[in-house]
Each structure stands twice: as structure tokens, then as C-alpha cells.
Design a binder for this molecule. Structure first.
Ligand code: FMN
Length: 166
């Protein structure tokens, strides 16, 4: 079982999520930051997981580009998508707005894995938005481990429940 995780993270939260996911997946796992534009043979993987954080309703442009450039190969694999964002109330609209319809039709699992406002290197505009968020947010970081387990169960690659015979 070979899994590829491709992610986009502006300030590190999604990278943290990827590290947690990686620990939970059965078999071989390769991780690729969409920013690095590394060529990889998508067809050599059984499962492709694509995840991004959300800024002003949008996923990272590198993740968008990865999907656009590799859509056909991605569609031939078992697919999971996940998002890392301040809240999950608008999560369905984020999926609809940011991913091609044919990809959404084919995914086996979609997940919401939490957020962090503890990243590094925020610019002035981002710091202003964070100030507003901080007035309402109860905590500065929360990761949804149960959602990660459910997501990996749906893809049948959760180390804890993985069964070689399928
Ligand atoms: C400037 C800014 C804009 C954001 N916009 C949204 C948004 O539109 N919707 C949302 O749910 N979360 C939003 N967030 C929260 C981020 O998605 C969250 O902090 C996430 O953990 C960032 O992940 P990253 O560090 O991997 O980039 C925003 C955060 C900042 C700083």
C-alpha cells in the first residue's frame, strides 16, 4: 500500500496535520509540499491525499496548480481531500468553490482537521485578521484527531484498522 500526501501550508498548521496523518497511515507514505513542484509518478501510488489550509475562502494556489496539472492521474487513484481552516461551518462551500467537480465526485473521503493561529511569519494584513479572529476564538490551536481517524478509515488505510486482505 503506497500513499502520497500533497499539501499546501502557509504558516505551518497543515504541515503539522500532515505529520500527524503520516504517523497514522498503514504502509509506505510519501509527502510532497505542493510549493516544491517535485515531479512524481502519481500512478505508482494507491492512494492520493490532497490537503490545504484556507485563506479568505481559498485553498493554496500551489495545491490548485498541482490538481490542475495532474487531474487525470489523480482521478485514477483512490482520493482523499482535507482542509485546515478556522471553522468547519463553511467547509462544504470551501470544497465546492476550490476543487473541480469531477474530483469531488470521485473522492472516497473528505476531512476537516482543525486549525492553528500560532504560525510564524504572518504579514501585517494577516496579523490584523488574526486580531479580529482572536476576539472570538476560544483557543489558538485545535486539531481534530477523531476526524483524521474517520478519514483514514474511509480510505481503508488507518494503521489501527488496516487489514491486508482488504
Ligand atoms: C489572513 C487569514 C485569513 C483566513 N481566512 C480564513 C477563512 O476564510 N476561512 C477559515 O475557515 N479560516 C481562515 N483562516 C484560518 C486559517 O485557515 C488557519 O489559521 C489555518 O490553520 C492555517 O493553516 P496553515 O498554517 O497551514 O496555512 C484565516 C487565517 C488568516 C491568518
Amino acid at each position: 500500500m503506497r500513499t502520497l500526501i500533497v499539501y499546501g501550508s502557509k504558516h505551518g498548521a497543515t504541515k503539522k496535520v500532515v505529520d500527524m496523518l503520516k504517523e497514522k497511515i498503514a504502509g509506505e507514505v510519501s509527502v510532497m509540499n505542493a510549493k516544491e513542484k517535485i515531479k512524481c509518478d502519481i500512478k505508482s501510488f494507491d492512494v492520493v491525499i490532497i490537503g490545504s489550509s484556507i485563506y479568505i475562502g481559498k485553498i493554496g494556489k500551489e495545491v490548485k496548480r498541482f490538481i490542475r496539472s495532474n487531474l487525470e492521474e489523480i482521478l485514477s487513484r483512490k482520493i482523499g481531500l482535507f482542509l485546515v481552516s478556522g471553522g468547519n461551518e463553511e467547509i462544504e462551500s470551501y470544497y465546492k468553490k476550490n476543487f473541480p467537480e469531477e474530483l469531488l465526485k470521485k473522492v472516497e473521503a473528505k476531512g476537516y482537521f482543525g486549525f492553528s493561529y500560532n504560525g510564524e511569519g504572518y504579514n501585517a494584513m494577516e496579523r490584523m485578521v488574526l486580531k479580529e479572529i482572536a476576539k472570538k476564538a476560544m483557543v489558538k490551536e485545535k486539531f481534530e484527531k477523531k476526524n483524521m481517524d474517520d478519514f483514514l478509515n474511509s480510505l481503508q488505510i488507518n494503521k489501527e484498522t488496516y487489514n491486508e486482505e482488504g
